[in-house]
Structure formats: structure tokens, C-alpha cells
Design a protein around this ligand. Sequence first.
Ligand SMILES: *Cc1c(COP(=O)(O)O)cnc(C)c1O
Length: 403
Amino acid sequence: MIPDPVIPDDFATIVVDDTGMSGPAVPPIVQTSLFTFDSVDAFEAAFRAPERNPIYTRGLNPTVRNFETKLARLERADDARSFASGMGAISATLLGLLETGDKVVCVRNVYPDTYRLMTGLMSRMGIEAVFVEGTDLDAVRVAAAGAKILYLESPTSITFDVLDLPALSAIAREAGAISVIDNSWASPAFQRPIEHGVDLVIHSASKYLSGHSDTVAGIVCGRADLIAEINRVAYGSLGAKLSPFDAWLLVRGMRTLPMRMRQHHRSGLTIAARLADHPAVSDVRHPGLETGTGDTTLSGHSGLFAIRMRGGAPAARRFCDALKVVRLGVSWGGHESLAFPAQLGLIQPGMTNPFEAFGVPDDLVRLHIGLEDVEDLWRDIDAALARCDPQEEQEDTNMGVTT
Ligand SMILES: *Cc1c(COP(=O)(O)O)cnc(C)c1O
């Protein structure tokens, strides 16, 4: 039996509560670049408190603020700031808090573009990045000495290792470092890192927060002083602001976040468990399979995990080609099921390829289990696996050999 996920009771109310925006059941999109004033006095009053008074949409916009307020409440944070993408949130957070000569300690198997930011642009600016195995607490403790930021992601990208957030945030605190986590996988429904001592929580809102694969957005939530610092140093100057229309789509998508996450949890675990018993699959990297949620800070599991194919990279390729209901694509967190073969990540050009750096195997396929009927999904996956089992692989190989 699949254990039920636990989502805090107030979530269902927070996601439909558009605080302070009375009138229409659905608050309007305040699609404007600027706000006008009737007098210099009123204009001046706004200038004296720009955090409360909309002046220009790159600074403050009511529709964008509605999304930020909701997410701060879900993450149990003082405040939040949203961005045009998850990478906008990650880069503004890191560049807003770090300077030349600083060190950031980052867990391995972090999101690939986060790795590229740290080893590319940040390294060029004289900010050092050290990568450590996040499950090795002693290694993290040693590396954290003298670090300004400890950057976490749990579960990690591609390998789905679950990290010990209370222990890691304590290590950061002892070292005098700010702890930051990318919480996109779990969403606040299944993990609230601030309750476990983490200082800042980042989301690619393009994933589960949106839930409908129709927008790219990001957000950082956390302590008021840290959000204020990111705001002051990086937000306005880097300018990766969220558009009012995208904020409106996010507010709309989040109204069903608790319901969607329950379904991703059930369907994801159902399919992962069946895959673990399938002869064509050599490994299933799903954080809920061995441990359940008992000894982790996860109160449920999303729909994203990875499998490895017994038949190697060619089998992974044939499996993906044979899928019909599950489509091929990057990203995840929407209504639709997706497959991504890691061999494509390995061929991406770049200064340093993160898949290569972290040793991601080429027989790995990442799956996102969406909201379609779970038995339709299983029939599709099972049929595709039948097309690439080791037996068939053998025959194909023999046929290919001409002597
Ligand atoms: C997609 C993703 C990001 C980047 O978010 P964008 O909105 O695409 O910029 C960051 N972290 C994780 C874990 C992601 O999956």
C-alpha cells in the first residue's frame, strides 16, 4: 500500500486566499509597467516607502506581490521575492549575498545550470565554489569552514539523494554560513526547510508551483533581513523580475497545489515500485522506495525520479522512443508525464558539463509522472520496456553483427 502524504491543514486555505485583494473572486492582472500619482505629495510618500507603494513594476506590482505573499506563507518564511525564472532567483540570491573572495560550498548533483553559474560566471568573479557529497556530513563540515553560503538541494537533481536538512543547516550555522536550499522537487507541500533551520528556500516556480507547464518563474523565500539584502543588492539591478501575467498564472496554478501533489505522490510511487520489479530496469532512484518518509524531512514524494536500464544507453534510447503517453521533454512539474534520457545531458556543450562532472550514467532515464490515469501510464511504460529488455537487446546485437 502507498502511504498517504502529509500536507499541513492550512495549505488548502492559503492557496485560495488572495489576502487584501477583495472584490472579484479572481484578482485582476495588474498589467501595467508604472503607477501614476495625483500630487507630488502622494508621489513623494510612495518614494519614501517603495516596499509598500507600487511605483514601477520592476519594483513592486500587486499581482506579483500576491504570489510572493502566498509562497512566503506556505514556506513559513518572513518574506519572498519572485523572479523571471528559477535561475533568476538562484543568481540574484548568490550574487546578492556573495562577493569576490567568498566561498560557497555546494552539494554534488545540484541542478545543472546552478553548477554552470558557480563554475562559470561566479568563478570568473573570484567567488570559489567547492562541491561536496551532501550525504557525507563530515565532508560538508570540513568544507564549510570559512564558507559564506552552504548551497543545498534535496533530493538532489538526477540522483535523488535525500539530504539531512537539520544536520546540514546546523553545520552551516556553526560555520557562520547562510544555508540556501533549492526546494523545487518537494514543493512546500512536502518539505518546508525553514522549519528545519535552513535560512533561504528557492523554487523554480516553473515546476510544481505553476503545475501547468505554461510559465517560467522563480522565487526565494526566507528571513526578512536576507530577502531585504537580495532586494537591495541584486533584485533591481539584475532586473529579472516576474511579469504580472506570469504571477497571475502561478496564483491560478497554486490553487490546486495540494491536490496535484497528492496525485503525483500516489502515481509516482505506484509506478516506481512496479519499475523496481521489472527485469529491464537495473535501478530505481526514487527517494520514497527504500525509506518511506519516516526518517527524512519529506512528508510526501513528488512525481520525479530516475531509472537505469539494464540494457545500457541503447536500451534507454529505445525505451524513450517507444513511449506514447509519456512524452519526451526537459523540465517537469506540470500535468503531463515526461521522459528525459541522461545521454542528452551528457552531449550538451559547455565549459564543464555537469552530467560529466557528477558522473551521471548514460543508461539513466529521468521520468516525471504527471496527472494522467496511472494505469494508462503504466501500460505505456510497460509496453515500452518490453521493447528494450536484455533478451531483445541480445537478438538485435546479433543481427547487427555481420561476419
Ligand atoms: C528547472 C530547475 C531550476 C531552474 O529553474 P528555471 O525556472 O528553469 O530557471 C532550478 N532548480 C531545479 C531543481 C530545477 O529543476
